[in-house]
Design a protein around this ligand. Structure first.
Ligand code: AHR
Length: 508
């Protein structure tokens, strides 16, 4: 396993060279009414741990531990058929509806008020999406009035009558979901969507000028309309929106693990292409403001397996997209987090899709336990320690050949400095399936020269997962042999590993 003669990967840290501050919203997630994300996921009245509102405390504890800062809701594809009025008011009066997006039955037992209660208890910011598939400007404005207007109108008083006297004050709103995708209910051309997005945004800002609005970008960089879609939508809506969205999911295909491990190469290229498109439109419009990026769906997702599965037959809370993540998946997932951080100057919002059961870091069984998937750990570590300012990391690394991306550096890394304490946290992935990667970090430009900890997620069995029966099969462990000598950190990164190295200022 170890290769003493292997060329080390190297980089230098200097506090003078920063990328940008880490926006707290980078550590957001996503709750969609689909599968068991809501029902028997975060909400299960009658579960031994449920509170009076039906929220599972075991799940809430894990959500807090995960460190989720925002939660996008209620979809996803679901939002394009969403009638928000169905989800408020007395539960016994709420209608049961067909959810066309996921061929499921939606009882509306859990709705907007319950979601806001969940956000308050999870100490997270809500990020609401409006339906621009089957609905439009009027319904978006009405939902906003219901949520954010203080009172004295039918809709705001309706909210108060439903138990929420104070306005919800939801600041961040998505203008629809994946409207470029032919699978989307109410799918639109870029021209149609751009026009609808700008008119919806204008009406919403008339009610609440302080909103932060996200226009739908492409549902993936592989779609034929990618980049042209963003340009057309932004030409129409530039002045009225603050963000454009990106969605990306990766999976191992055809046994090509080397390419899978390099997925973040594609993700970084995607981010840089959207930044270029936004700035191109900015130049054409002679606009002052910049559009930032909301990477509001990202994850490892075995889409081919999902597509091959039998679709639900209008079941309630069917088991959908319950991917069981391996150590390999967690390493790729960690690399995606690194990609987001490396672009923290423009990616100022992101949502891990999703939060519970559906391609999620947290799994549950109805009436049973809740547990952490392998992907839970990189997210929780980054959310806790990846706060501050991202430093520019220029990696000098040995490479390896991949079928999809050519020669790719074995090391993928980023570093975050806390400017108040001077502490530095490095996140690093070794993409090699077989070899230890020696790492040398020259710390000449930072004061943090004391090693606080080096935690690793790796396993002799890269297929290892956590399950209800063995919830702690995979957990991070302390690295052996990491040291700082003469201002240089030396570590051996295990094959296919996610690493967090924390450095602090020496105490006088
Ligand atoms: O996260 C699962 C689905 O993936 C979402 O509903 C949709 O927006 C995307 O295609």
């Amino acid at each position: 396993m170890s290769h003493p003669g292997t060329t080390p990967a190297r980089f230098t840290l200097d506090a003078a060279f920063g990328v940008g501050p880490v926006a707290p919203r980078l550590y957001g997630s996503f709750v969609e009414h689909m599968g068991r994300c809501v029902y028997t996921g975060l909400y299960e009245p009658g579960h031994p741990s449920a509170d009076a509102a039906g929220l599972r405390q075991d799940v809430l504890d894990l959500v807090r531990e995960l460190g989720v800062t925002t939660v996008r809701y209620p979809g996803g594809n679901f939002v394009s058929g969403y009638r928000w009025e169905d989800s408020v008011g007395p539960r016994e009066e709420r209608p049961v509806r067909l959810d066309l997006a996921w061929r499921s039955t939606e009882t509306n037992e859990f709705g907007l008020g319950e979601f806001m209660d969940f956000c308050a208890k999870a100490d997270t910011e809500p990020m609401m999406a409006v339906n621009l598939g089957t609905r439009g400007v009027a319904e978006a404005a009405q939902l906003l009035e219901y949520c954010n207007h203080p009172g004295g109108t039918e809709l705001s008083d309706r909210r108060a009558a439903h138990g929420a006297k104070e306005p919800y004050g939801i600041k961040m709103w998505c203008l629809g979901n994946e409207m470029d995708g032919p699978w989307q209910i109410g799918h639109k051309t870029a021209e149609e969507y751009g026009r609808l997005a700008v008119e919806t945004a204008r009406a919403m800002r008339m009610i609440d000028p302080g909103l932060e609005l996200v226009a739908c970008g492409s549902s993936g960089s592989g779609i034929a309309t990618f980049a042209a879609w963003e340009a057309t939508v932004l030409e129409a809506a530039y002045d009225e929106v603050d963000y454009v969205s990106l969605h990306a999911y990766y999976e191992e295909t055809d046994g090509d693990r080397d390419s899978f491990l390099a997925s973040a190469v594609d993700m970084e290229h995607f981010i840089e292409s959207v930044v270029a498109t936004c700035d191109h439109v900015r130049a054409r419009l002679k606009a002052k403001k910049r559009i930032n990026l909301s990477f509001d769906e990202w994850n490892v997702w075995y889409i081919r397996r999902s597509e091959a599965a039998t679709p639900p037959d209008w079941d309630q809370a069917p088991r959908l997209l319950e991917d069981n993540y391996s150590v390999t998946d967690a390493v790729v997932f960690g690399s995606m987090l690194i990609a987001l951080l490396r672009h923290a100057d423009r990616v100022t919002s992101a949502s891990l899709a999703q939060l519970v059961n559906v391609i999620a870091p947290i799994m549950t069984e109805p009436g049973g336990p809740a547990w952490r998937q392998t992907t839970f750990f990189p997210f929780a570590q980054a959310s806790r320690y990846g706060r501050g300012r991202v430093l520019r990391v220029e990696v000098d690394s040995p490479t390896y050949p991949t079928a999809r991306f050519g020669e790719v550096p074995l090391l993928h890394a980023t570093a975050v400095i806390d400017d108040e304490t001077g502490d530095v946290t490095v996140f690093a992935v070794n993409r090699s399936q077989t070899d230890v990667l020696p790492l040398e970090i020259d710390l000449r430009g930072v004061d943090a020269h004391t090693l606080a900890e080096h935690l690793v997620l790796a396993d002799e069995n890269p297929e290892a997962t956590n399950t209800a029966d063995r919830p702690d099969r995979v957990v991070p462990h302390a690295a052996i042999g990491t040291s700082v000598t003469g201002g240089v950190l030396c570590a051996d990164l295990e094959p296919m590993s996610w690493n967090m190295v924390r450095l602090s200022r020496p105490q006088n």
